[in-house]
Design a protein around this ligand. Structure first.
Ligand code: HPA
Length: 273
């Protein structure tokens, strides 16, 4: 057995003891984006540090717990706080929870993140559905995992984000009077934000927004055939010709303001799943 397989099994066994294994939808909540939990009837909250083989979240703005419960009639599991490569974890560690949630039985995955907006039309607080991505992060969560139990060796990425989920998110946004845009997300390593020349480069290669997460999870979701969708909240406007300095505090504040609407959209979709 591959060591990763037994680690997944250990985490699953632990979580099943809490009868917390009925979730059908997994949700990963990005930086400053935790309000969804207020819409949940929570049955169990489990800090990451209690779960076998889960890495510890080191970012203060991320709480670091797995929350089981229901939205409407849909049983879900939400990750309040995710892991980032810049924190020092390997890509396999970052994506471990995705494999565990899948092994627990989730059938769909929704992700959110905070991102810099490079397309001029994107303004602070906007929400953008990912319809594709460009992976500029070093390392790959699938490197070395050449056992068929993990899925394909060379997963197809022609349609990394599930169309049906994307449509549902757009419709849900429309219902609350919001137009959800779509765009291409570039994933970078961080933790520094980009220089003007780097934003110019990212725009040039076809990216509409940039962030430090999501893509590793989406790569794994594709390998394990877990349909997923992701939404970015634009927290800063990255116009290289008029670039303003930005701090993590501002990023969190902007994300926090958009969080209510994003949560409403996710709630609407989850209820239908
Ligand atoms: N760059 C990278 N990551 C980010 C940004 C950004 O401008 N904003 C929020 N996350």
């Amino acid at each position: 057995m591959h060591p990763l397989e037994s680690q997944i099994q250990a985490a699953v066994n632990f979580l099943q003891e809490f009868n917390a294994d009925k979730a059908r939808v997994g949700i990963v909540l990005g930086t400053g984006l935790g309000q969804l939990v207020q819409h949940m009837a929570v049955s169990k909250t489990i800090p990451y540090n209690e779960i076998p083989h889960f890495p510890l979240s080191t970012v203060e703005s991320h709480k670091g717990q797995l929350i089981f419960g229901k939205i409407g009639e849909t049983p879900i599991v939400a990750m309040q706080g995710r892991f980032h490569y810049y924190e020092g974890y390997s890509m396999q560690q970052i994506t471990f929870p995705i494999r565990v949630m899948k092994a627990l039985g989730i059938e769909k995955l929704l992700l959110s993140n905070a991102a810099g907006g490079m397309r001029p039309a994107f303004k602070k607080g906007d929400m953008v559905l990912l319809d594709d991505h460009i992976n500029l992060q070093p390392e790959n969560p699938l490197r070395g995992l050449n056992s068929p139990v993990f899925g394909a060796r060379f997963p197809d990425m022609s349609m990394p984000y599930d169309e049906e989920l994307g449509k549902m998110l757009k419709t849900a946004a429309h219902k609350i009077g919001y137009f959800l845009r779509t765009g291409v997300y570039a994933a970078v390593m961080g933790p520094n934000l980009e220089t003007r020349a780097e934003y110019r480069f990212l725009r040039l290669i076809g990216a509409d927004m940039v962030g430090m997460s999501t893509v590793p999870e989406v790569i794994v979701a594709n390998q394990i055939k877990l349909p997923c969708a992701a939404v970015s909240v634009i927290t800063d406007e990255c116009d290289p010709d008029n670039l303003q300095a930005v701090s993590i505090e501002e990023i969190i504040e902007v994300a926090g303001k958009a969080d209510k609407r994003l949560s409403e959209i996710f709630v609407e979709v989850v209820k239908q799943l």
